[in-house]
Design a protein around this ligand. Structure first.
Ligand SMILES: Nc1ncnc2c1ncn2[C@@H]1O[C@H](COP(=O)(O)OP(=O)(O)OP(=O)(O)O)[C@@H](O)[C@H]1O
Ligand SMILES: [Mg+2]
Length: 306
């Protein structure tokens, strides 16, 4: 029995004028105890998938089961076994930290005391502010409180929709440490993120774009399958450089990537020296070219361009 098994799910949003296929025939399985990531840009369909799996939205077709409970037939059981932290702020701003937590515990017919042990590590950091209104907390604190609220009924599967969006880097790192520890407690975790650097912290990831899965694998397998020469290229004239690299006959893809451009070539015999020679002839005497290892983002960009 898997934590999540989703088969051929389709979901369209239609108005009189337009129709968007938010989830386009998606299937995947997340195992028990796994930390599974849905990685994709804005509008990829991440939230729609989470809302279907947490029984808040009905799919148009396809089926899904959580620990063998069917998302349609067994929606009541599912609501008891899942914890859900929605993308946007899900707390009651005018309630205090403690009142928010109490509210979520009451909804699930439990008490803070009964399940305190599961949230203790996270809640300890919030306790000094327990009388502060949730609306007045920092981003990282809100995120921790939302996580406590999603955990207070001891769910078996946790759905976290972009939990670190808009959160500072230190809190992001801390949050992922917490997830790792929750995993050791046997909780299955599905997390969505647009941050590619977080992808590598998952056991397996599904790269999704426009409602379709491009690839599902452990992050290191996605990287090892890249099998292309990748170069980081820099020159004082970055825009012209991008144009010139895109018209290079050996270029497969080239994207701006932080301070460099990342160039994938279509011929494995091409070296950094060859690229440098081409760039010199194209009017970039100061260009630097270095062979680099791909990141998940490179893999994603490459899969997207196919
Ligand atoms: N209620 C809705 N009505 C109409 N279209 C919608 C609705 N919700 C989502 N969509 C559209 O469906 C597609 C998938 O949206 P979804 O929110 O699932 O993506 P996402 O990956 O969560 O993106 P984001 O990063 O913006 O949260 C997008 O094109 C979005 O505009
Ligand atoms: Mg979303």
């Amino acid at each position: 029995m898997s934590a999540v098994e989703i088969k051929n799910i389709v979901k369209k949003y239609s108005t009189k004028k337009t129709s968007v296929t938010a989830v386009d025939n998606i299937s995947f399985t997340a195992e028990r105890g796994e930390l599974f990531g849905l990685i994709g840009p804005d509008g990829a369909g991440k939230s729609t998938i989470f809302r279907i799996l947490t029984t808040l939205l009905l799919p148009d077709s396809g089926s899904a089961a959580l620990l063998d409970y069917d998302i349609i037939k067994d929606w009541k059981e599912i609501r008891n076994i899942v914890g859900y932290m929605p993308g946007r702020f899900s707390l009651y701003k005018d309630l205090t930290v403690e009142e928010n937590l109490e509210f979520f515990a009451t909804v699930f017919n439990t008490t803070i005391k009964e399940n305190y042990e599961l949230i203790e590590e996270i809640y300890k950091q919030l306790e000094p502010f327990k009388n502060r209104r949730a609306g007045k907390l920092s981003g990282g604190m809100k995120q921790k409180l939302a996580l406590c609220c999603a955990l207070i009924h001891k769910p078996k599967i946790l759905f976290l929709d972009e939990p670190t969006t808009g959160v500072d880097p230190v809190s992001r790192k801390e949050f992922w440490e917490i997830l790792k520890r929750l995993k050791t407690r046997g909780i299955s975790i599905l997390v969505s993120t647009p941050y590619m650097d977080e992808a590598k912290l998952c056991d397996r990831i599904a790269l999704i774009q426009k409602g379709k899965i491009l690839e599902i694998n452990p992050p290191k397998n996605i990287i090892s399958k890249f099998e292309r020469n990748l170069f980081a290229v820099h020159s004082p004239e970055m825009f012209k450089l991008l144009m010139d690299l895109r018209s290079y006959s050996k270029t497969e893809t080239c994207f701006a990537f932080g301070e460099n451009h990342h160039l994938v070539v279509n011929d494995s015999s091409i070296s950094a020296v060859d690229v440098k020679k081409y760039l010199e002839s194209a009017g970039h005497p100061k260009a630097t070219v270095s062979n680099i290892e791909p990141t998940i983002e490179d893999c994603f960009m490459h899969l997207m361009s196919k």
